[in-house]
Design a protein around this ligand. Structure first.
Ligand code: MOS
Length: 750
């Protein structure tokens, strides 16, 4: 038992390769005869390209091609059907329409990246310009309708005899109304979007960072008009996803189409500026939360409404901001709805807890305002409204230990020392304050498949086409494989990041771990069963003719009839190179339960009373994310989530210029994300209580196959849910100023 690697501090299987620079990211791969592409982007937000002058570019040194919209040579196709929500709804360089500022309108391919970039700068376009729609405040609103996640865009639950949510709110002793605004935010993964496309005959191998390799390969095939089996996607190392690599943008189809047309491998690397408009962003958002409660803070009504953007290029809107508002607090009356305004702006997509993270900012800010209005301590207020069953469905949770998160977090942080009075602690120029907030994130099951191979050299290979975005996915596969097979992780090779592998769980929505682990366990169990079958049926085996039921597998060794033999030795003895099994699941969760991860954030800030500068000085997060597979990677994910929260609360925004639809920021010098100086030591504690339902039976450890890796739930995004609100609430406690529009910049505090 004690040998299981589950829950320990495990170094990443690819950690050394990454820190030594040996890991090859998409832009690092080489190919003979490589040509380099560079995109030219539109300088208007809405209109039509009337002419593109490519003469100067074509005359530039090393230039092989200049493609200018509309360019039929690229032969790219629209995508309809199931994948329509997975792509933009226009075909790149296929027509003369400009749909947003920064859209690709031309592409240069040259012998070197420098030649391609220089020639791209010589391409000029003229336009028929139309006035872009750029503001959610000014455009007509439409109901959000079906969302990409299937979450309802509107829901009303009223207690018997209550006529409307407004009537329920009016009946409260205390009513709080919180309106929050935020501009667009960006993923800004460290690795730029890069793609290498290499054709061999009518087959193409694409190297690109992708969160859902199978869908990415399929979408690429449909864009190119080739059969699905003719596209192979390799996405082995990825320098950050955060939602920006979920869908298929224009870069991969363009690079692959150019490679096909010129008959040479093509690499395309987006510039940082191009990533701001061509790889998605978090939508701008206005939210209104209204809470009605008794004098002692017991909720009678919760209303959460939002208005967001609907870029014209997006087929399905994202998850609404209220996605978890119907699951967090007990209330007899609930109303949520989401509306959208159609805008001529770059496509928005999933980003770091979409859109639970911004949604939680509004709800948890409102809860803090309710705490102030009622004089009830913020932790106590949340306990008074604790939901034992789901408020919208009445179903129980598969596992919920949120109360323990509050209790443990308050103790670790020293919450009880807090004075209720805002602006009550000053040291020199600095005002100190503390705040807290709740985190909740859904745990969706996803379809996945895992292959386990036991090899005659005594090692095992666990294969699944997931993508490791830097999250530790490859290590998770090795740990759960080692646990299930009872062998050290060093004897397990994890094979991921290739669309030719058994289809892996999508690396989205914090679900890859809990979708993958049960299948590792199942495939390992089947492999052990197959090993036993070979042991009793193969005449070269010492157990030939025995009954499989007489054999016991433990820690890589078969025992029975007074003999023991490792699986490697047995396979060698019988001349069989391997035993291979495949486990698949459609990813259905038990419908009798609701599934979420939970957490509680506690934060201290100091605000300079003269400059309004805010620093986060202490942060404690306690999370209930089921069983922990790798303590080090898990803590790192939570720390990263809290750092996103710091960015959300204090730094990140990208306003659009109203007349032009151009983004204000296009570099990491003007789009600010937290740096080390912005981040204190972050205290993360994971409760580590296995979820007994989500991933299937936990077992008692008595069976051949290890099951200690079961009971995990996703943890990639929960750190970023609620953390920004905890900071905002601490800023209010420090200063007495409530800032509802993020980021909380100094100008809003003086
Ligand atoms: Mo994630 S933002 O669900 O890719």
């Amino acid at each position: 038992m004690s040998r299981s690697p589950v829950g320990r501090e495990t170094e990443r299987v690819d950690g050394r390769l990454k820190v030594t620079g040996a890991a090859e990211y998409s832009g690092d791969y080489r190919a003979a005869g490589l040509a380099h592409a560079h995109l030219v982007t539109s300088t208007i937000a809405r209109g039509t390209v009337t002419a593109i002058d490519t003469a100067a570019a074509l005359a530039s040194p090393g230039v092989l091609r200049v493609y200018a919209a509309p360019d039929p040579r690229l032969d790219l196709h629209p995508i309809t059907g199931p994948l329509a929500g997975f792509v933009e709804n226009y075909v790149p360089l296929h027509d003369a329409e400009v749909r947003f500022h920064g859209q690709a309108i031309a592409m240069v391919v040259a012998e070197s990246p420098e030649q391609a970039r220089d020639a791209a700068a010589r391409v000029t376009a003229t336009y028929d310009v139309r006035s872009p729609r750029t503001s959610i405040a000014d455009e007509p609103r439409v109901p959000a309708g079906p969302t990409i996640s299937g979450a309802p865009s509107s829901l009303t639950v009223l207690a018997p005899g209550v006529g409307s949510i407004d009537a329920a709110l009016a009946a409260g002793d205390v009513v709080v109304e919180t309106e929050c605004h935020q501009h667009m935010q960006h993923h800004v993964g460290m690795e730029p979007h890069a793609v290498l496309a290499v054709w061999e005959g009518d087959r193409v191998t694409v190297h690109a960072g992708a969160q859902i390799p199978a869908a990415y390969a399929l979408g690429t095939a449909q864009r190119l008009g080739v059969r699905p089996q003719n596209v192979r996607l390799i996405t082995k190392y990825v320098g950050g996803g955060f939602g920006a690599r979920v869908i298929l943008w224009s870069d991969t189809p363009l690079a692959a189409a150019a490679a096909r047309e010129i008959g040479r491998p093509v690499r395309l690397v987006l510039t940082r500026e191009q990533m701001f408009t061509l790889t998605g962003h978090r939508p701008q958002l206005t939210q209104t939360v209204r809470l009605g409660a008794s004098r002692d803070g017991v909720l009678n009504a919760v209303s959460h409404r939002s208005v967001s953007e609907r870029p014209t290029t997006v087929a399905f809107p994202m998850t609404p901001a209220h996605a978890t508002t119907d699951a967090l607090y007990r209330t007899p009356n609930l109303h949520v709805d989401a509306e959208l305004a159609v805008l001529d702006i770059p496509g928005s997509r999933a980003m770091r807890g979409p859109n639970e993270a911004p949604g939680s900012f509004a709800l948890e800010t409102a809860m803090d305002e309710l705490a102030v209005a009622t004089g009830v301590d913020p932790v106590e207020l949340r306990l008074r409204n604790y939901a034992a069953t789901s408020p919208s469905t009445g179903l129980p949770w598969s596992s919920k230990h949120l109360e323990e998160c509050y209790r443990v977090g308050a103790r670790r942080f020293g919450w009880s020392a807090r004075s209720a009075t805002p602006r009550s602690r000053a040291e020199g120029q600095w005002l100190y304050g503390t705040g807290m907030a709740t985190a909740i994130y859904p745990a969706h099951r996803r379809a996945a498949s895992v292959r386990v191979r036991l090899l005659d050299d005594g090692t095992a290979v666990v294969s699944t086409g997931i993508s490791d975005l830097g999250t530790g996915g490859a290590t998770m596969v090795a740990i759960s494989g080692a646990d299930a097979l009872g062998i050290p992780p060093a004897r397990v090779t994890s094979e991921i990041g290739d669309s030719l592998l058994p289809q892996g769980a999508p690396a989205v929505g914090s679900s890859a771990t809990h979708a993958t682990v049960p299948l590792v366990v199942n495939a390992a169990r089947d492999a052990i069963g197959e090993l036993k079958r070979l042991a009793v049926t193969d005449d070269r085996s010492p157990w030939h003719g025995a009954s499989a039921g007489d054999l016991r597998y433990e820690r890589g060794i078969l025992h029975g009839h007074g003999r023991s033999m490792s699986f490697g030795s047995l396979l060698t003895a019988i001349g069989s190179p391997d035993v291979t099994t495949l486990a698949e699941s459609p990813g259905e969760a038990d419908p009798g339960y609701v599934h979420h991860s939970f957490g509680a954030h506690f934060c201290e800030v100091r605000v300079n009373r003269f400059t309004g500068e805010t620093h986060v000085t202490r942060f404690t997060t306690v999370a209930d994310v089921g069983r922990v597979i790798n303590a080090r990677a898990a803590r790192s994910q939570l720390v990263g989530g809290v750092i996103f929260g710091i960015g959300h609360a204090l730094l990140e925004e990208n306003p659009l210029e109203p007349g032009t639809g151009r983004l204000a920021s296009s570099t990491l010098a003007d789009y600010l994300v937290p740096v080390n100086a912005d981040v204190p030591d972050i205290d993360v504690h994971l409760l580590g209580r296995p979820d007994p339902v989500l991933t299937g039976p936990l077992g008692d450890g008595g069976e051949d196959v290890g099951t200690r890796s079961l009971g995990a739930r996703g943890l990639g995004e929960i750190g970023t849910v609620g953390s920004a609100a905890a900071i905002g609430n601490a800023v209010h406690h420090a200063t007495g100023i409530r800032v509802r529009d993020v980021p909380i910049t100094p100008d809003k505090l003086i």
